[in-house]
Structure formats: structure tokens, C-alpha cells
Design a protein around this ligand. Structure first.
Ligand code: GTP
Ligand code: MN
Ligand code: MN
Length: 579
């Protein structure tokens, strides 16, 4: 017996009988196992060694060029009824979905090794953590899971103690985009993913488990599984407030999680601590406050644009023991992407670099690195109790209308701000420019059930005895008439976080407006920053006509979730519209 848990043993045997591998390997999570996987992948070309003088322990993986990103149209949430999946998800009948997937998995591991990866999302000893087992035929997935999760014996022991785990079955298959599906079965706590080796589709602990399945577990068990960073802000007195923030993909979560304070703040003794950069699980503690953990143990970050100017902490983290996927390389075999100094000689597909072929690194090229390598990694990230959350922040790319920062009047208003969240498309993406896409709580691709029920779940946290965090909405992306960003952003965002903390501590009065509470004159500290007063006025203006149109659009959007839209949320939208 490979496991003392009968349910685990039986499931692994069933999968092996279906996929028919030559060998089954139970991962123990040891360093020796990781090293031997690396050697095997170097030998068969899955990994390419990078310059070990400049980047010790760093390797490059080139994926199939047709397999470089999450595929939302092939990602399904298979609740027993379509209604439970909601208009925010693609759905298939579970029986039909299982049949389709099992036909693909039939014999798919013949001649190969099947890896069994027990993993824990969150610190092993935390009551907030949840476990899973991923079965895969990809050693690249095993190596990435080793970095991104607490994987191996300790996780297996917890699973055997608890008797409960999320089942994830993955095969890279033949990488044929026509035979690729990522299926979730929330009622069975099961994931089946076939035909992709890409991170979000193949590292099942991340988006599939920690968001799509976990959002269902969270709803049943009374907690929240969110697409949020967690950052600790330590003031010169040594007090730390933890903030959780939800921004859609490519809107700066990793940046904010690793923020470097502006010069003056550094001198005064402000410090920033990274707890998580992508996923946050939080639940009410005995004292009524929300406590959060980062279920992940590593960063799976976008490489292009990561530089000493934009995110020095991320760059320092990836100078050793990192797996790079689809980046370019320089003449002396260092990893390279757009935004770094130096010149690429080989592009992400292994061809001699030619600008006619597009960027040298794939725009969605990634690094996988242990969070422990981040210079600002917080000790509290291992705290089994989680960190108390003082503020929840929503935000997106809004070139117009949305102010730099506003505070919700209460929890219900905050839930409305989250539900109304949106981001405007840019020229960087295909499709029309300046089109607003709603992405409630930044969970559109990840909420594993009906958004109407999800909004109701959020509202349910406001109950007697609750000491809920304040809720804010930020917009780092306001543009002026010249098309340039009005707010300098990045490290300077600490000024906005400082105002939030002042509000939490009741040290700033704020200014009541119809759309929420904004910083009163002089409350945002701007010393050391050259920001024309007119620009600040524009960043904090409330355009009445613009807001009437926005609130009407929010109402229309919410109506799309009828009949499951909570009446309280629609009433809140009307209240703000009439304010
Ligand atoms: P996922 O990891 O895909 O969920 O996304 P993410 O939210 O972590 O996005 P990421 O941090 O990779 O987004 C980076 C993008 O946001 C880059 O284009 C940055 O230049 C931009 N960005 C981050 N912070 C700021 C800011 O304060 N101001 C401006 N103007 N741009 C910013
Ligand atoms: Mn990120
Ligand atoms: Mn993300």
C-alpha cells in the first residue's frame, strides 16, 4: 500500500487502470526527488540549463507554441445543473463531461510515469489550509508544484489524518488544442485537465483548486477564496496592517505585493512585507476579524516587464533556483525578456531572435520561484492562524471616472464596489480599445459557481459580532488628456495605502461624497512628489453625470444575474444612484 487512506489508494489505482502508465511514482517532496527530476528533464530536453554562474539552479522550459496560456473557453465548471454554474461560467453536464474526459485519459500514460503529488495549499499546520492530490504524467508539473505548494510526505500525512482531499487528474495528452479541456466538478471536489502543460491549466493546485474548487468549499464552509494579493504595511512605530487586494490579471497584484516604499517613507522607517501575490483565503476568527493565508508557497509570475525599475524584489527573487518558461536567452545563456537590459539571441521558441517574429520572450512567459526567495517575504506567511486583514481593496484599469481611491460606506457598499469592478481593455490586447469589461472581485475566470450566489456569500459576512475590514476601491490607471497616467503609481501607491490605514485607525476624517468616502484636502501625503494640484483634483473629482451613467451600467450588469442576484445588492446600487 502506498497510502494508509483507502479512498486515496483506491482512486490512484482507478486512475492507473484507466491511464495505464508504465510506472507509478508517489512524490515525497524531497530535495533529492526534485534534483533527480531536474536531471531527467535536462537529459530529455524538457529543461534547458541556463548560465549557472549568473543564475545558479535556473532552467528554461519551452512549451508547445500552441500551449502558452489559460484557455477560458475550454475551462468548464460542471455543476449538476447549468443554473448553479451561472452565466459567469461555461458548463457541461457532469456525466457527459466525465465520459468525454475519461475517453481522453484512456491509455494516455502508456509507456510513461504517472506521478502522484499530495499537496497542501497553505501552511501544513493551518486550519485554514486545504489539501489535494494531483496525478500527472508531466515531470515539469511535478517540479512546478514542488515550488508552488507544500508538496510530498507532510501533505500526504495531513490528507491521511483528515481523510479528505481535492482530486486532480492531469495529462499533457498530445497537446492538440482540439483535444484540450479543463473540467471542474465542484460537487465531487474533482478536477480533470487534459491536453495542456501550461501553468494555469496544469498546476492544478493554483487556479483550479485554490480558486474554482476552493470558492465552492469556501461557500459551504463560511470562508472566502479570492484572487487577491496580501501585503503587510509596517509603520515607523513597528505596527503592521495587512491589506488584501483584488485586481484583474495584469493589473498589478504582484507589483503591489512587493512594493518598495518611496525614499522619504524608507527613511522614516516604513516597511512592506509580502504575504501573497495572487490568491488569498480568509475566514472570520473567534474575535470577528477576517484572517487570511496565502495558500501558495511560490510565485508564478509574468516575466516581461519585470525589471529593476518596476519590481526589484521580484527580480532579486529569480536570480537563482527558478524555472523559466518561454523566455528568451542572451548570448551567454542568461534568461531575457522585454524590459531587461541586454540583448536576446534566441527567442522563446528557440529560434535565432528576429524582431519580425514578434517579442523575444512570449508576452505570457513566466518564472516559477519559491516565495522564500523574495527579499520582502513575510515571516507571517507561515503563521497557521493567518494574518488579520485591516482593509480589502478592489481595483482595475479605469482610464476615466473612477477616482484614485474611495472608501465604501459599509460592507454592503463594499460588496457593490467589488461586484461593479471592471477594467478597460488597452491596445496591448486584441479587440476594441477602451471597452469596459466587468470582472467582479477579479474572479470572472475563477469563481466556481453562480456570481449571484457568490455576491450573496460575500454579503453574508456582515453579521452580529463581525469586525469586518474597511473596503476601498483604487485606480492607479487614470489617464490625462495626453493619454499619460495621472498618478505615478508603483512605490508611490504607499501614499494611498497610508491614507487607508489612517482611516482604519480613525486618524483621517475623509470626505463624504455620493460615491463613497474620499481623502479630504491635505489627507493624502504628497511630500517629495511633484504632482500638480490640478492633477490631484482630477484624480479625486466626482463627475456627477459620468457616475449616473456608470451606476445605470452597473445596474444593467447586475440584472444579468437575476434571479440569483441578492435584492440587497440591487437596492444598494439604487441607493448610491439616488444619493
Ligand atoms: P496575474 O498574476 O496575472 O493575476 O496579474 P497581476 O495582477 O499580478 O499583474 P502584474 O503585477 O503582473 O501586472 C503588471 C502590469 O501592471 C504591468 O503592465 C505594470 O506596468 C502595471 N502596473 C502595476 N502597478 C502599476 C501602477 O501602480 N501604475 C501603473 N500605471 N501601472 C502599474
Ligand atoms: Mn501576479
Ligand atoms: Mn492571477
Amino acid at each position: 500500500m502506498a497510502s494508509t487512506l483507502e479512498a486515496l489508494e483506491r482512486w490512484v489505482n482507478e486512475v492507473a487502470a484507466l491511464t495505464r502508465p508504465a510506472k507509478v511514482h508517489w512524490c515525497d517532496g524531497s530535495e533529492a526527488e526534485y534534483q533527480s527530476l531536474l536531471q531527467q528533464m535536462l537529459a530529455d530536453g524538457t529543461l534547458i540549463e541556463l548560465n549557472q554562474q549568473t543564475h545558479p539552479g535556473c532552467y528554461l522550459h519551452r512549451s508547445n507554441p500552441k500551449d502558452v496560456a489559460r484557455v477560458e473557453h475550454l475551462t468548464l465548471v460542471c455543476h449538476p445543473t447549468e443554473e448553479d454554474a451561472g452565466p459567469n461560467n461555461h458548463w457541461m453536464d457532469p456525466a457527459k463531461a466525465h465520459a468525454k474526459m475519461d475517453a481522453l485519459f484512456d491509455g494516455c500514460m502508456e509507456g510513461r510515469t504517472m506521478y502522484v503529488i499530495p499537496y497542501c495549499m497553505g501552511p501544513i499546520g493551518s486550519p485554514l489550509s486545504r489539501c489535494g492530490v494531483e496525478i500527472t504524467d508531466s515531470p515539469y508539473v511535478v517540479a512546478n508544484m514542488k515550488i508552488m505548494t507544500r508538496m510530498g510526505n507532510a501533505a500526504q500525512e495531513r490528507i491521511e489524518r483528515e481523510g479528505d482531499f481535492v482530486r486532480g487528474l492531469h495529462s499533457t495528452g498530445e497537446l492538440d488544442p482540439e483535444r484540450r479541456w479543463i473540467m471542474h466538478f465542484p460537487a465531487e471536489r474533482t478536477i480533470k485537465s487534459y491536453g495542456s502543460g501550461y501553468g494555469g491549466n496544469a498546476l492544478l493546485g493554483k487556479k483550479c483548486h485554490a480558486l474554482r474548487i476552493a470558492s465552492n468549499q469556501a461557500r459551504d464552509e463560511g470562508w472566502l477564496a479570492e484572487h487577491m494579493l496580501i501585503v503587510g504595511i509596517e509603520n515607523p512605530q513597528g505596527e503592521t496592517h495587512y491589506i488584501a487586494a483584488a485586481f484583474p490579471s495584469a493589473c498589478g497584484k504582484t507589483n503591489l505585493a512587493m512594493l518598495i516604499p518611496p525614499e522619504g517613507y524608507r527613511k522614516d522607517g516604513w516597511k512592506v512585507w509580502t504575504v501573497g501575490d495572487d490568491i488569498c483565503w480568509m475566514r472570520p476568527g473567534a474575535d470577528g476579524c477576517l484572517y487570511a493565508i496565502n495558500p501558495e508557497a511560490g510565485f508564478f509570475g509574468v516575466a516581461p516587464g519585470t525589471s529593476n525599475d518596476t519590481n526589484p524584489n521580484a527580480l532579486k527573487s529569480i536570480s537563482r533556483d527558478t524555472i523559466f518558461t518561454n523566455v528568451a536567452v542572451t548570448a551567454d545563456n542568461q534568461p531575457w525578456w522585454e524590459g531587461l537590459p541586454g540583448t536576446p539571441v534566441t527567442d522563446w521558441q528557440g529560434r535565432p531572435y528576429d524582431p519580425a517574429n514578434g517579442p523575444a520572450a512570449h508576452p505570457n512567459s513566466r518564472f516559477t520561484v519559491s516565495a522564500k526567495q523574495c527579499p520582502t517575504w513575510s515571516e507571517k506567511a507561515e503563521d497557521v492562524q493567518g494574518v488579520p486583514i485591516s482593509a480589502i481593496v478592489f481595483g482595475g484599469r479605469r482610464p476615466s471616472l473612477l477616482p484614485l481611491v474611495m472608501e465604501a460606506r459599509d460592507w454592503t457598499h463594499g460588496v457593490l464596489m467589488g461586484a461593479a469592478m471592471g477594467s478597460e481593455t488597452t491596445a496591448a490586447a486584441t479587440g476594441a480599445v477602451g471597452v469596459l469589461r466587468r470582472d467582479s472581485m477579479a474572479m470572472k475566470p475563477f469563481c466556481g459557481y453562480h456570481y449571484g450566489d457568490y455576491f450573496q456569500h460575500w454579503l453574508s459576512f456582515d453579521r452580529p459580532g463581525a469586525k469586518l475590514p474597511k473596503v476601498f476601491h483604487v485606480n492607479w490607471f487614470r489617464k490625462g488628456k495626453d493619454g499619460k497616467f495621472l498618478w505615478p503609481g508603483f512605490g508611490e501607491n504607499l501614499r494611498v495605502l497610508e491614507w487607508m490605514i489612517a482611516r482604519v485607525e480613525d486618524k483621517a476624517r475623509g470626505l463624504e461624497t455620493p460615491i463613497g468616502i474620499l481623502p479630504a484636502a491635505g489627507e493624502l501625503k504628497l511630500d517629495g512628489l511633484t504632482l500638480p494640484p490640478a492633477t490631484l483634483d482630477e484624480l479625486l473629482a466626482v463627475d456627477q453625470a459620468g457616475w449616473q451613467a456608470e451606476l445605470a451600467a452597473i445596474g444593467d450588469y447586475l440584472d444579468g444575474f437575476t434571479p440569483r442576484l441578492p435584492a440587497a445588492l440591487r437596492a444598494e446600487q439604487q441607493r448610491v444612484a439616488e444619493a
